[in-house]
Design a protein. Structure first.
Length: 218
């Protein structure tokens, strides 16, 4: 079971998020201050969801402190401030992602799942002439990079990473735009159509009612 350290001083929101994450199968360690967060970040925690504004300090400074000490576990910020300065400051401190209040619960869950996946050690992916270069965010076919958009790269990487079918809802998780607007199911179908044009129609198999699967057989 994945354990999240939830650092939020608003008791009502903290209790609501604890219930939400618990219902989704996470173990939650709640904290209401910088002091408590320092004390509760132990070896059982896999990721941190943390408010920027805390009564005895701020989450950005705490994240910077942890990163300076060599802490690498992912951190997602909750912030009521949407100014670019706060966003940049948070990510520059070592934060992995952020969600601006008020946020939708499904968006928060999606971002946490994506953050946890991307925090896992990456492994080389080579599938019958296709390979993933994560450092350059490219997919290569016979050594030549494909002309992919960032969203197409994310979708294709998810497909190539897994031998099994990838459910549509998991693929939709990568289709949040930078403003937090959810891109619908029809848009996913459009992306799949474009990807098939670039990699070959037979490479991406549709499993009706479930999702999509990468095929090594051409």
């Amino acid at each position: 079971m994945t354990t999240l350290l939830l650092v939020e001083d608003d008791a009502v929101l903290r209790d609501g998020l604890t219930e939400l994450f618990t219902r989704e199968g996470y173990r939650v360690v709640p904290a209401a201050s910088v002091r408590e967060a320092r004390k509760l970040l132990d070896d059982t925690v896999q990721a941190v969801v943390m408010d920027v504004g805390l009564p005895d300090g701020d989450g950005v400074s705490l994240c910077r402190e942890w990163r300076s000490a060599g802490e690498t576990r992912p951190v997602l910020f909750l912030t009521a401030r949407g100014e670019e300065f706060d966003v940049v400051r948070g990510l520059d401190s070592g934060g992995n992602d952020y969600v601006t209040k008020p946020f939708r619960m499904q968006e928060l869950l999606s971002r946490v799942r994506v953050m946890l996946r991307t925090a896992q050690p990456s492994r080389p992916v080579n599938r019958n002439g296709f390979s993933v270069d994560r450092e350059r965010m490219q997919v290569l076919r016979d050594g030549e990079p494909l002309p992919l958009t960032l969203t197409e790269f994310k979708i294709l990487t998810m497909l190539m990473d897994r031998p099994s079918v990838v459910p549509r809802d998991r693929l939709l998780e990568v289709l949040w735009d930078e403003g937090g607007k959810f891109i619908d199911d029809n848009t996913l179908s459009v992306h799949m159509s474009r990807l098939r044009e670039k990699v070959g129609a037979d490479r991406i198999r549709t499993v009706r009612g479930v999702g999509y699967q990468w095929s090594d057989i051409s």
